[in-house]
Write a protein that binds this ligand. Sequence first.
Ligand code: CA
Length: 469
Amino acid sequence: MRLLLLVLGIIPLKADQPNILMILADDMGYGDLGCYGSLQIETPVLDKLAAAGIRCTDGYVCANVCAPSRAGLLTGRHPQRFGFEHNLNKAFPTLPERLGIPVEQKTIADHLKKAGYRTSIIGKWHVGDSVPGMLPNARGFDYFFGMHAGSHHYFPKAENNKLFRNEDPVTEIDHPYLTDWFTHEAIGQMTPAEQPFFCFLSYNTPHTPMQAKEEDLAKFAHLKGRRRQTYAAMQWCMDVNIGRILAHLEKTDQLENTLIVFYSDNGGSVTASHACNAPLNGMKGSFFEGGIRVPFIFHWPKGLPSGATFEHPFSSLDLLPTFIAAAGAPELPHRIKVGKKWQTITDGKNLLPHLRNQNAKPPHEVLFWRMTMRGAAIREGDWKLLVNVHTPPALYNLADDISEQNNLYQKMPEKVADLWLKLNHWQESLEDTPHWQEAPYWQGYNRKLYTHDYWLTQPARDEEYLGIR
Ligand code: CA
């Protein structure tokens, strides 16, 4: 069968299959890379990567907090389709097998393993550990090193160590700082071999707890405010580490044919970690742009243009079909009929033809978001409708109001009605209801997310930045 597919050109020769490296930052602000306008944080490696690859202005994640964003990325489906709508809440009374990505869902690693890849995940998992079938090694990953939960102490010690290697707890602390350790582990998975690699490097940087190495803090000693200084130092450390990975790929002659994607799982946490999403309003947890639009960089010298800017909206759900296409594996259908009902297989699109031709039509005409206990949103072209649970609805035109300051809801009732109808149709298509809910605490928290006074311009190099004004 494989020979037939090779002859027909449906899957490429193994030598042509690119390695795939997906690097995920955690809670990083839209404005916290040099190449996305930061005046305080230096990220020369990622800036260079973007300059040699494709820098995307309108890349979105499918959810505004960690766990559902990762569940969508791993499956290529809106996570609401399998009940994964909120961050994991172990206090919620439900069956353990309901609390995570249901075991029958296929992941990006399942697909790439089938296409001949060695698969690994290094770092944060956070999509379910309440039954063994939900752990990384059971979800298509040959190798796992990291933590099951959403965060980890950056200076691992015996008393705070929650790290695993595959299914075994890690007992020896090999590296004093976690970002360096994750990088070391990831490089170990990127050895040249007959089989290409798929490595999901899931840094928890710059998620809380805010902890950085002294040498990195010293570099940002001029910044006022310990939290912002620490955030800058953590970003710097991640950038240095990505530089180590690129040097390894270059030295082993793999860089040319490795598809690298870098982005953040949700918008910056302005209050908890002093991230900055400027010029975007809002933050992690909100459906303002600052909660869902993130830096997104593609780099693949052999397969994608260099020095390009991509301005069409797209979603993290697109990565799964994009990687499948890059691997030369058969394309997944958008949906199939099961009995009398249609079932959606993937919500994403292969981005490669769009990334290769900037003038091609946009990959998506419309994008959707929802968290039942917080709200929902739709973007169609430049229009965005926000339907929140705790604050009045709002309509924005992002082309001339990227910071979502001018609510046109009252002025354009027909546009509102059209978008709201499309949002409702999408919600009706979601096939499931949430398998768990958030703790009530988050309701009050959510209201505040829409009323904070956010920085909509970048703080100057030495300006004091304390998150909200
Ligand atoms: Ca996150």
